[in-house]
Design a protein around this ligand. Structure first.
Ligand code: ADP
Length: 487
């Protein structure tokens, strides 16, 4: 990879595994905005490379675990500096490989940098020998160390931030790491690993294994040498990984740290300001082309402001610029690939049968070859009409009556997902009532649902949305570690 070049076609990614071959056939990456521009190339890992990576990881872990935490943390901080310095290149990769808007690209790099610094800081604080009470006069201490080999499996929607966050935490805790990026974003993951190597992480301590989830991902998670998996992706895949880990009849009882999907709602009551509801619903539903786990899919609006909100929403959607994510004027870029678009098209066809259309944004000229899905909003009679997470710019509006507030919250809870919830209200009692009843991980009051600030707003859900602990929070790092007491 020519990391210092933002030029198209010059990036090449492949397995980074000492002692292994270069990988399978060269595959081409194209820009999702036109499916023509060649952005780079990549090669997948095969079975022999996976085997070599696992062996390297086992051999390299003890020395890394024995490296003073201060040294490990300094390496992560160095990587943060390098990433910051290369923001323009990394942003360009986010736009060209993942179709991210420029503002998303900035946020992506910032979040990755924040993860590196935060976990470095947390490691320094948490990986110390802590004195516990010694009531009998004996010395009594608690300390953390790495679990062993950690596998990090990441998604394409935050190809730099989530990838870097998982890897940084696992490394900070003293694990050796095998990182498998999503098939759609191999170049970005590769660039992140290169930066970490340049900062001083030994090559065998952090290895990179691009490839198919069903082959490379599955081979890693069923291997008895793996002590833990950090995963972000779909709930179905989290279950597959859980099963793979559970059916191993040798090796450590591995942990799974999973962050998965959501069926997120925004509840607005009649005391809320329609202008603000619409502005925040738009941001929550359509930022990053709706391809955020946290994105609002359902706008629940109290009936007496329903007409006003729906009219204003339609007006605002007509203003959205949907097109080239490399332009500053663009609000919404393409969805990640043809499969994602096909799923959304199928959903739209279904909604056409059962929902009332509210508005559909128009596509800018020049979008015809890309995988664009125009942002759309429908009105539904009930939340139950939505059966699955629709990962894209699609919003569903449902009206509710004051007497039914608890029922509305229960219906949200009934999905089994529990990731984000927006509340718009100016009545404290209503806000408290919703906060207390809702089974979700992140709640946003009178603002949009975009917000997972490392160290400030740790992110993660419950139920079908993930195992916790929250990424970017104080409880995340210890989950990658084992505890030892000495009495
Ligand atoms: P999405 O719907 O976001 O594409 P996936 O859960 O399919 O979510 O993918 C998230 C990550 O999980 C990707 O890196 C993918 O390659 C990986 N993955 C998919 N299937 C498996 C599997 N069976 N075992 C391990 N990893 C997998």
């Amino acid at each position: 990879t020519q990391l210092d070049s933002a030029g198209a076609g010059t990036w090449t990614a492949g397995p980074l595994v000492p002692g292994a071959a270069a990988g399978g056939d060269v595959q081409t990456v194209t820009n999702p905005a036109d499916r023509r521009e060649v952005v780079g190339h990549w090669r997948a890992a095969d079975e022999a490379i996976v085997a070599q990576a696992l062996k390297n990881a086992v051999d390299a872990q003890p020395a890394w675990d024995a490296t003073p935490v201060d040294a490990r943390a300094s390496i992560l901080e160095k990587a943060a500096e390098l990433m910051e310095a290369r923001m323009p290149q990394l942003m360009a990769m986010c736009t060209k490989e993942a179709g991210k808007s420029l503002s998303d690209g900035v946020a992506e790099v910032r979040e990755a940098v924040d993860f590196l610094r935060y976990y470095a800081l947390q490691a320094r604080e948490q990986f110390v020998v802590e004195a516990l009470p010694g009531p009998t006069g004996e010395s009594n201490t608690l300390q953390l160390s790495g679990r062993g080999v950690f596998v990090c499996i990441s998604p394409w929607n935050f190809p730099l931030a989530i990838f870097t966050g998982q890897v940084a935490a696992a490394l900070a805790a003293g694990n050796s790491v095998i990182a498998k990026p999503a098939e759609q974003t191999n170049l970005i993951g590769y660039a992140a690993v290169q930066i970490l190597h340049e900062a001083g992480v030994p090559a065998a301590v952090l290895q990179y294994l691009p490839g198919d989830g069903a082959t490379v991902g599955a081979a890693l998670t069923r291997d008895p040498r793996v002590a833990g998996v950090a995963f972000t992706g779909s709930t179905d895949t989290a279950r597959l990984i859980n099963r793979a880990l559970a059916t191993r009849d040798a090796g450590p009882l591995a942990v799974l740290i999973a962050e998965t999907g959501g069926q997120n709602a925004l509840i607005a009551d009649s005391s809320s300001l329609p202008e603000q509801v619409v502005k925040d619903a738009l941001a929550s539903a359509f930022t990053s082309a709706g391809q955020r786990c946290s994105a609002a899919r359902i706008l629940l609006v109290q009936d007496d402001i329903g007409d006003k909100v729906i009219t204003m929403l339609a007006g605002a959607m007509a203003e959205l610029k949907v097109g080239d994510p490399g332009l500053l004027s663009t609000d919404v870029g393409p969805v990640i690939d043809a499969d994602a678009k096909a799923l959304l098209d199928a959903h739209a066809a279904k909604m056409q049968q059962i929902a009332k259309p509210i508005a559909r944004a128009t596509l800018e000229p020049g979008t015809e070859h890309g995988t664009f899905f125009a942002p759309v909003a429908w009105e539904l009679q009930s939340i139950d009409q939505l059966t699955r997470e629709n990962f894209g710019p699609a919003l569903h509006v449902v009206r509710w009556k004051a007497a039914d507030l608890d029922k509305v919250i229960d219906a949200i809870n009934a999905s089994g997902y529990g990731l984000t919830l927006g509340i718009h209200s100016r009545i404290d009692g209503t806000i408290d009532r919703i906060v207390n009843r809702a089974k979700v991980g992140n709640i946003y009051v009178n603002r949009n649902q975009i917000g997972a600030v490392v160290g400030v707003q740790p992110f993660g859900g419950q139920g079908l949305s993930g195992t916790g602990p929250k990424a970017g929070g104080p409880h995340y790092l210890p989950r990658f570690a084992t505890e030892k007491t000495v009495t």
